[in-house]
Write a protein that binds this ligand. Structure first.
Ligand code: SF4
Ligand code: SF4
Length: 377
């Protein structure tokens, strides 16, 4: 019997050889022998698998099948080190809301990445062995050429996640949408969410969550901790688990953009830190031993600036016209040994969110929200 690599299983050559399952959002590190075997299974003839243990694992994890899967696969070449695995792609900064905590703030003019530019970015990201692209905004569904962008998504072996406020999500907009996951911002239960985002927005966002879940699309939720939603977290946890939410990301908004004018919404580290215990699932801010947050993450803004993450857009490392790889090579990883952090939680906390920490206390300082979360102050 010959076996074939499933269409959703993508071989990637990161710091180690690996296979990434697009639908399951699961990355499996491989040894050289397993990688060679899966590589031959990607060919026209497939391959025989002598090890019954390995075969059983691959069948159970939906990596191999006894049916040939059609279509071209991108080349598997060495990624840069560190690898760029997650890309935040802000396709537009246009939005249909004026959230009181939005880090973008008021825009004198709107920007959009062109379809040609988005195509080039995704192609280069795929060549660099990227895993997941977060298509974001503003509100990404407002991009003037969203249909054209959506049409080109299937040609890339990447997991595509659409990050939306949910207002434009409908049966019609979901029909033919080529993404694996939809991430919706929910900033509290009704009163707290509407306080930030506007009257009636909670029910629309939740309707979007339910619609996506009913359609079998993976749904994740992103929540900001603010002074108006502190009493809501236990109920949100219950609500999101009941709805089968894949990932729930809980974070503290940075005092940037409109949040600077709405500082009463900002929780202090001693009040907000403990709320970082909420949330579940994975995320894109992860790192590797010895390094600070976001070691594998980069962001491209709607005006083409490339930076370590969205919050660092004002300290861009370059413009996307110079190329994604060129910009990525200029991002300097944060070494944990350089930080002022000296606690026992350094390996798990990694100095917290470096942007938040830097804003409050300078480049090497501690993230006080995390210090309170770990109870060291
Ligand atoms: S600075 Fe903050 S937002 Fe940026 S990658 Fe690190 S944790 Fe994420
Ligand atoms: S808990 Fe505080 S001191 Fe410890 S690693 Fe995190 S930010 Fe640094």
């Amino acid at each position: 019997m010959r076996y074939f690599l499933k269409r959703d299983a993508c071989l990637k050559w990161l710091e180690t050889p690996a296979v990434y399952h697009l639908k399951k959002d699961e990355l499996y590190e491989l040894d050289d022998e397993a990688f060679a075997l899966l590589k031959s299974s990607a060919g026209e003839e497939g391959c025989r698998v002598d090890s019954l243990d390995f075969l059983g694992f691959c069948l159970e994890e939906d990596l191999l099948s006894d049916e040939r899967s059609a279509g071209k696969r991108p080349p598997v070449v060495s990624s840069p080190v560190p690898s760029l695995r997650y890309l935040e792609l802000q396709i537009t900064d246009r939005c249909n809301l004026k959230c009181r905590h939005c880090y973008i703030g008021e825009c004198a003019e709107f920007h959009e990445l062109s379809v040609a530019s988005i195509t080039d970015i995704l192609r280069e990201f795929e060549q660099m062995q990227g895993l997941r692209v977060l298509i974001t905004g503003g509100e990404p569904l407002l991009h003037g050429s969203f249909d054209a962008i959506n049409a080109l998504l299937p040609e890339f072996s990447l997991r595509k996640v659409l990050f939306t406020n949910g207002l434009l999500v409908s049966k019609k907009s979901l029909a033919g949408l080529n993404v694996h996951e939809i991430q919706v911002s929910i900033d509290g239960l009704q009163a707290a969410h509407d306080l930030l985002r506007g009257q009636g927005t909670f029910s629309k966002a939740m309707a979007a969550v339910r619609l996506c879940a009913d359609k079998g699309i993976d749904v994740s939720v992103s929540t900001m901790v603010h002074t108006g939603n502190l009493a809501d977290f236990d109920e949100m946890d219950h609500l999101f688990r009941g709805l089968g939410i894949k990932d729930w990301t809980v974070d503290i908004p940075c005092p940037a953009g409109r949040m600077e004018e709405n500082s009463l919404l900002q929780v202090m580290p001693e009040d907000g830190g403990s709320y970082l215990r909420y949330g579940f699932g994975g995320g894109i801010h992860s790192s590797a031993s010895g390094f600070g947050c976001g070691l594998h993450l980069m962001s491209v803004s709607a005006d083409g600036r490339a930076s370590k993450c969205t919050f660092y857009a004002d300290r861009a490392v370059g413009h996307i016209e110079e190329g994604l790889r060129e910009c990525w090579q200029r991002v300097v990883p944060v070494k944990l040994s350089a930080l002022a952090c000296d606690c026992d939680y350094l390996d798990v906390c990694r100095g917290g969110c470096r942007f938040r920490a830097e804003q409050a206390g300078g480049p090497l300082s501690k993230d006080l929200y995390k210090c309170h979360f770990y109870g060291i102050i």
